[in-house]
Design a protein around this ligand. Structure first.
Ligand SMILES: CC(C)(COP(=O)(O)OP(=O)(O)OC[C@H]1O[C@@H](n2cnc3c(N)ncnc32)[C@H](O)[C@@H]1OP(=O)(O)O)[C@@H](O)C(=O)NCCC(=O)NCCS
Length: 167
């Protein structure tokens, strides 16, 4: 299977939104944001976004953004490096039909290379329930830096793990 990762274009957003809604149904990711997927995929802090294609069709997505006040991983890593040197990795998902072909890994590696070229460190948080993503980050050498609690919806909460990418 041919995997290609390329910068996301505006014309990819509809396909990404459809995938996101599918992944929300299959995995409960994201916990919120599917009511307006295009907004969730285009945050004001966006720094870079990519799609992963499998056999020519959009199969996955990831982006990096500048840290905002609510980014737990950035808050934890700020003890070691200034915020200006960080980017937050996120919005990673691969549709169920495209999984286990390395699309997720290629998306993470692409964002890692993008940050490294700019001398910036990637940080992220991942919900405890998202086990495949945790395995992927740890396989690629991300370092665990702490835990956080996400509050969402009407009084819901979920635990998350925070990571920093290897240098
Ligand atoms: C996490 C996620 C993005 C991984 O996507 P993916 O494209 O399946 O990732 P990869 O293919 O790189 O790796 C997945 C598995 O396939 C394996 N794999 C990769 N290429 C393979 C190949 N050619 N043949 C067989 N297995 C392969 C990997 O070793 C990995 O194994 P593991 O499950 O034992 O860890 C996907 O599961 C997902 O979208 N989950 C829901 C959303 C989510 O949790 N997002 C995290 C936000 S922080």
């Amino acid at each position: 299977m041919t995997v290609i990762v390329r910068p996301r274009a505006a014309m990819d957003l509809d396909a990404c939104a459809k995938l996101l809604i599918e992944v929300h149904g299959s995995d409960g990711y994201p916990v919120e944001g599917v009511a307006d997927p295009v907004s969730w995929l285009t945050p004001a802090t966006l720094a870079g976004a990519w799609v992963g294609e499998l056999e020519g069709a959009v199969a996955g997505h990831a982006l990096v953004s500048t840290p905002n006040a609510t980014d737990d991983a950035a808050r934890l890593w700020e003890e070691r490096e200034p915020r200006a040197q960080m980017l937050v990795f996120g919005r990673l998902f691969v549709g169920t039909a495209g999984r286990n072909h390395g699309v997720g890994e290629r998306l993470v590696r692409t964002a890692m290379a993008y940050a490294a070229e700019r001398n910036q460190r990637l940080v992220l948080d991942v919900m405890d329930k998202d086990k495949a993503a945790i395995r992927l980050y740890e396989r690629l050498g991300w370092e665990h830096i702490g835990t956080a609690t996400h509050h969402f919806g009407a009084g819901n909460r979920t635990e998350a793990q925070c990571y920093v990418a290897p240098c």
